[in-house]
Structures are given as C-alpha cells and as structure tokens.
Design a protein around this ligand. Structure first.
Ligand code: 5AD
Length: 353
C-alpha cells in the first residue's frame, strides 16, 4: 500500500506532502472508491448505521461582518433582515423535541442584538424545558468571557468554521477587519472551556488550491475537532464572489471520506450546501462517510431569508411528515436516524470523570 494511505490507516500523522499526494491521486481511476470504501468501514465500526439529526434554527440573518462569499454579509442590502425572539426560538425547540430532535443548533450571523444576557436566558430556558437535549451554538466570533458565560448557561457545543487554514487565503475571502489569527484563537478558547468544538471549510472556495486543502487537513489532524462541517462553496449573486465558480459534489465527497479516515470518530454532517447542489447530495454525503444531518426547524420567514448562497435547499420540517420522508430516504440507503443527543464518542465519559 502507498505510504500516505498506510499512515492514514494506522493513525500515524501525515505530512503536508502526504496530504498533497492524496489530493493529487483524487483524479486517478479507482482511488476515490478505495478511499470511500475504507471510510465506510470506519464509519460502520464507530457508529454502525446510525445517523444523528440536529434541529437547525437560524436565529438571525443580521451580520456585522462582510465576508466576500456570504449572502448575509453586512453590505447585502437586497435581503430582508429578521431575527427571532426568545419565544419563537423556544417554540421551534419544543416542536423539534416533539418530532424526536435531541440536539438543537442555534445559528446566526454575528448580530450584536444577541448579547450574552439574551442568549443565556434562551439557553437556560431550553435546558429547563428539555434537560435531555444538547445545544450547539453557531454564532461566530465572540470573546472568551462570552463563550464561557454561554457554556455555563448550558451550551454544549460550538461550531465555528475556520474557513481556511491558510492565513493568506483567509485574507482573500474576508475584508481586512477580519483576522485569521483571531478565528483560530476563538477555536482554541472554545476547546479550553470544554465545548465540543466543530470547525470546517468550504470546498472550492475562490482561490482555493490543493495546497490550501492540504493545510486544512493538517489543521484538522492537529486540532482534532469533535465535529467538522464542510460543504461546497455556492456563489450568491449579490456578493463580490457572485460570479465565481462553485465547489463540486465530487470534491466534497472525496474530502468527507478523507476526513472520516483521518478522524474516525468525528461527527461529520452531510451539509445543506451539499444537498442544495444536487438532488440526493446529502445521501451521497452519508455514503461517503458522513453521519449527521441537520434539518431546518426555522420558521418559514427565517428559512426564506437565511440565504448564505443561491438556491439553498429548504427542508422545512413544518410537520412530522417531512422528517418521515428524510427517515425513509436514509433507510433506502441502509441508514437509520436515531433519537439521541449524539455526542462525540467518549465525550460524556470524559465529563463524568
Ligand atoms: N457557499 C457555501 N457555504 C457558505 N457559507 C457562507 N457562505 C457560503 C456560500 N456562499 C458557509 C461558511 C460559514 C457557514 C455558516 O456557511 O463556511 O461558516
């Protein structure tokens, strides 16, 4: 077996050259399939045929940032802005709970309206109403004190994509006011506090090279996140990158398999972006090694306006029927959605000690 793959299988750290070699091999006939097969073996060993679901609630599309790729960037004046109040969020959670969700992801732009005080109140009420649930936050960069306060109020997990592990590439995707250093610092702080942490990146983002991807994989190998969110870049017409090419389903699937092998126990969603690019995209993601899906529990108004990119898949779960449809589509490919918090393996044991 070629050396980099041997290392990958044996849990030996890969070098940047190893990752580059794997990324180059991608185009070679049969290579993807070999990787995918092994990813699925590992997925089966660690998670059986289980799929975890997370109820996604998009709490606000106001954002103080101006990322060049993102449809809810500050300077996009053509979208209708909204934010959800506490009562609305609590009722989305209650609806989701009744459907069988045991993890809720509160995601939003960096909206200063959500002070620690407002968020802590929401977190405490969710935990009071549903003590058996996990709460994931995905609200961007905040101070360490803020992350700590939110953790103490009941947040269990935090998603903050690093977007790219290459500082110069980060600079091409973001305006000057944003700093890669701070992004990475935030991820480290979240881990120190005790969150289960997710990072991730867009596949095929503008200017992305194989070398950038190799750096992303090196970063994952070293940071060892509990979760990794990756999805294809999809241009959004009203952004500076509106005319750039998007990422592909194939490259995303390849990277999902590679990440499953690199971090066998990681929680790996088949993201909405993947499902948006192609009918059946999320199912393909599962078959590449992903083990999480995140259906949208946001109210209709929120779903329609949380437009990070064009043609976003809207899997509204207004009723139990659509969850059933998802269950059936997963069953058709041999997988089963479970009612479970779905923590990263080993995390709860560690916390008990
Ligand atoms: N295409 C795909 N993903 C995007 N994101 C933001 N804009 C886009 C886009 N145009 C991703 C970013 C961000 C996450 C919430 O959504 O990676 O971290």
């Amino acid at each position: 077996m070629p050396k980099p793959l041997e290392k990958l299988k044996n849990g030996i750290a890969l070098t940047k050259e190893d990752f580059l070699w794997i990324l180059e091999k991608q185009e070679e006939k049969g290579f993807r399939e070999t990787l995918q097969e092994y990813a699925l073996q590992l997925r089966k060993k660690n998670f059986g045929n289980t799929i975890y679901i997370r109820g996604l609630i998009e709490i606000s599309n106001y954002c103080k940032n101006n990322c060049y790729y993102c449809g809810i960037r500050r300077e996009n004046s053509s979208i209708h802005r909204y934010r959800l109040e506490e009562d609305t969020i609590l009722s989305c959670v209650a609806e989701g709970y009744a459907l069988g969700f045991r993890t809720f992801v509160l995601q939003g732009g960096e909206d200063p309206y959500y002070t620690d005080e407002r968020l802590c109140s929401i977190l405490k009420k969710i935990k009071q109403n549903h003590p058996d649930c996990a709460i994931t936050l995905s609200l961007g960069e905040r101070s360490k004190d803020s992350y700590l306060a939110l953790f103490q109020a009941g947040a269990d997990r935090y998603l903050l994509r690093h977007e790219t592990a290459t500082e110069s590439h980060y600079g091409m995707l973001h305006p000057e006011q944003m700093s890669w250093q701070n992004r990475i610092r935030c991820l480290q702080q979240l881990k120190e506090i005790g969150y289960q942490v997710g990072c991730g990146f867009m596949v095929g983002s503008p200017f992305q090279t194989k070398e950038h991807l190799a750096n992303d994989l090196l970063f994952l190998q070293q940071f060892r996140p509990h979760m990794v969110g990756i999805g294809p870049f999809i241009p959004q017409g009203q952004t500076p990158f509106g005319q750039y090419a998007g990422g592909t389903v194939e490259q995303t699937l390849f990277l999902l398999s590679l990440i499953r092998i690199l971090l066998p126990q990681v929680l790996l969603p088949a993201t909405t972006a993947l499902g948006s690019l192609e009918v059946g995209g999320r199912e393909k993601g599962i078959l590449a090694g992903a083990n999480v899906v995140m259906p949208n529990l946001s109210p209709k108004e929120a779903r329609e306006n949380y437009t990070l990119y064009d043609n976003k898949l809207s899997t509204g779960l207004e009723n139990a029927h659509s969850l059933q449809a998802l269950q059936e589509s997963m069953k058709a490919i041999g997988y089963e959605i479970v009612i479970d918090r779905g923590d990263a393996p080993g995390v709860l044991e560690q916390q008990k000690r």
